[in-house]
Design a binder for this molecule. Sequence first.
Ligand code: FAD
Length: 383
Amino acid sequence: MRYDAIVLGLGGMGSAVAAHAAQRGMRVLGLERFGPAHAHGSSHGRTRIIRQAYFESPDYVPLLRRAYALWDALAARTGTVLRAQTGGLFVGRPETPVVAGTLASALRWQLAHEVYDAGELRRRYPMVTPRDDEIGVYEAIAGAVFPEAGVQAHLDVAADAGAELRFGAPAAGWDAGEGGVHVTLADGARVEAERLAICAGPWFSRLAPELELPLKVERNVQFFFAPLDRDALSPERMPIYGLQRDGGRLLYGFPDFGEGVKAAFHGSGVEADPDALDRSVSENEIAEVRDALAEFVPAAAGAFLRAAPCMYTNTPDEHFVIGLHPQVPQVAIAGGFSGHGYKFTPVVGEIVAALLAGDDPGFPLALFSPTRFTNPSVPADSA
Ligand SMILES: Cc1cc2nc3c(=O)[nH]c(=O)nc-3n(C[C@H](O)[C@H](O)[C@H](O)COP(=O)(O)OP(=O)(O)OC[C@H]3O[C@@H](n4cnc5c(N)ncnc54)[C@H](O)[C@@H]3O)c2cc1C
């Protein structure tokens, strides 16, 4: 059997690529080393933040608008709840990158938002305790997406559209030539296709070492605490939030969707080996997050319930890597999602499926160029 496309890795991105490629009528083979919607990579832990006023760069906003539309279409098609619109609150002094960047994106794209001073914040959201010199940017359309449910929904759509999905099927490597692409599985079997998409998350560099992408895999832990006031922290009352204080890391968190309140710091600086991720958490790590919660959302700083270690795959500029393989145009790549990729999975799936089909991806991809680290373009006036 020769496939039109093999999708390597069926996590957040790969499940979406398989769904979109199969819906285009391609004969798709999906290969996943673990089971469906597993907890060994980057797409687990019940919730991910979704928002449009994007502090990382306003250039993501068109992608986010498309992602929202695709999330809602996927939810309707599969009859599952994939997104909760709780509103989102980003708090800090006005000049902090998260607050200033959120506002810049909102203004550039005329996204609905409100700006509150500390007094107004306390009045509207009595569960948070901003300092007097802090402000909050509120975006009503922000909220949470549910990663395990999202992966499963994409897998279901892919299978419905005729994709063959193999789990417990680790790929050992691939090669490409005139005749197409061959993937060798760990058991020695070989499968072939016209095209290949590599969506291997934290294992990306193992499957495309020739690209020499400067990716760093980072351990990041999600913590769940028992809310001290369940009503105040319900999704009906509590928005998702981010707080950047004293030049420190972003603390972010969610309301209680039924498993306690989840909170974490964005970015740890702790490098990880994806095959040997430290899944234990120390008392210090728990205390660090709980102390930060006690200061900003005191009702969230209850008893520790559980932790879910996870991995970021970071690029130096924290922008994604999406495009055709620079040396092998039959291969599309999607990696380096730098701890903020999950919300984009449906639109990345749509883009990569278009690349596999040789079509226009519909969005400019220069920001995500796989060659930007080795061939940074020289601005004309500095030449
Ligand atoms: C703690 C944490 C919090 C985050 N918070 C947010 C957030 O709030 N909002 C947001 O948008 N994003 C967030 N992210 C980022 C987001 O979750 C990731 O960017 C996204 O899940 C990455 O998806 P992926 O498909 O690249 O990786 P994965 O979902 O890990 O998928 C890669 C898949 O490839 C498979 N694979 C690897 N090697 C092989 C092989 N050889 N053979 C077969 N299969 C293979 C793996 O098993 C895995 O299933 C967060 C990430 C973490 C860790």
